[in-house]
Design a protein around this ligand. Structure first.
Ligand code: HEC
Length: 263
């Protein structure tokens, strides 16, 4: 596992000036790579005007359709189950392919009226955030796809079967509803940043191996941390993900139940 992780890291290290900006994997194999200019040419450049969730402001992007890009990458893309993006900072969100059939999404490269390809992220005190090489944007105002679904600094695209790739951490069918719900919440809210058993994103630390967080953090503190990390560590780099809505506590409890089940 660690060898694979190490190799993955090596692939992402820029090598001189020849490194490709965006690489494409199929079933764990690197099959294509592009610099931004080549990637842009995979589909027709369009002007897309949408509400930017990180700024809560309507912006116009130069972008290409994700569906068209996927068709160029592999004409049978609809037969895959999931797509996973790799971002420069280790963020690794995954989505069911069906999401891209239901909703129109785009890879963006430029914002009209801005000389730099950046946003001012209201979830990070308005911090200026670079978006290139490319930024995943969504056309519909779908509350299910919150700002966390707008992945920036995408450097890798991968067609996967989530069921196969993440088999080691997916609960089987006979677990309690709370474990099953907890996993589904963990997948959406935590897995893009954290790994379990080496599987998942690399923005935050591994949470399971070799010792699970549920073994050394008391459940009450773990719950407090997940709800509001800064209430435990003043200068923590983990953002606050929950915003005090009424189901938050139940969601966090199910996540902890899932982590205890896995421990
Ligand atoms: C945007 C990325 C991001 C997301 C999303 C995120 N975390 Fe974190 N998490 C971090 C970072 C970064 C740290 C390290 C914090 C630090 O060192 O101050 C961290 C630390 C932690 C820790 C402490 C680990 C330890 O050993 O001290 C726990 C537990 C944790 N996160 C759980 C979660 C859970 C559960 C979720 C989902 C509800 C989640 N995180 C979502 C980035 C994230």
């Amino acid at each position: 596992m660690y060898i694979i992780l190490f190799l993955t890291v090596l692939i992402f290290l820029p090598i001189g000036g020849n490194a490709k900006d965006i690489i494409f994997f199929q079933d764990d194999k690197l099959t294509k790579s592009f610099d931004v200019e080549q990637f842009k040419k995979l589909a027709a450049l369009q002007k897309i005007t949408v509400l930017e969730p990180h700024e809560n402001k309507t912006l116009t992007y130069q972008a290409i359709s994700v569906r068209s890009v996927m068709t160029e990458l592999d004409s049978n893309w609809k037969n895959y189950e999931d797509i996973q993006f790799l971002c420069m900072d280790g963020y690794k969100p995954s989505y069911a392919i069906s999401k891209f059939i239901e909703e129109e999404a785009y890879f963006a490269f430029e914002i009209e009226g801005r000389s730099e390809f950046v946003i001012y992220d209201r979830f990070k005190q308005g911090q200026k955030t670079k978006l290139g090489p490319t930024y995943l944007i969504w056309a519909a105002d779908n509350p299910e796809i919150s700002a966390s679904g707008w992945a920036y600094q995408i450097v890798g695209i991968e067609f996967i079967s989530f069921q196969n790739k993440y088999a080691e951490i997916i609960p089987d069918n006979n677990v309690s509803k709370s474990v099953a719900d907890g996993f589904s919440e963990f997948r959406n809210r935590c897995l893009p940043c954290h790994s379990l058993k080496g599987l998942g994103g690399g923005v935050g630390p591994e949470l399971h191996s070799p010792v699970s967080v549920t073994k050394y953090i008391k459940p009450s503190y773990l719950k407090q941390w997940i709800l509001n990390p800064a209430s435990i560590r003043e200068n923590t780099k983990m953002p606050r993900i929950f915003d005090n809505s009424k189901h938050d506590e139940a969601v966090v409890e199910s996540i902890i139940t899932y982590l205890q089940w896995l421990q």
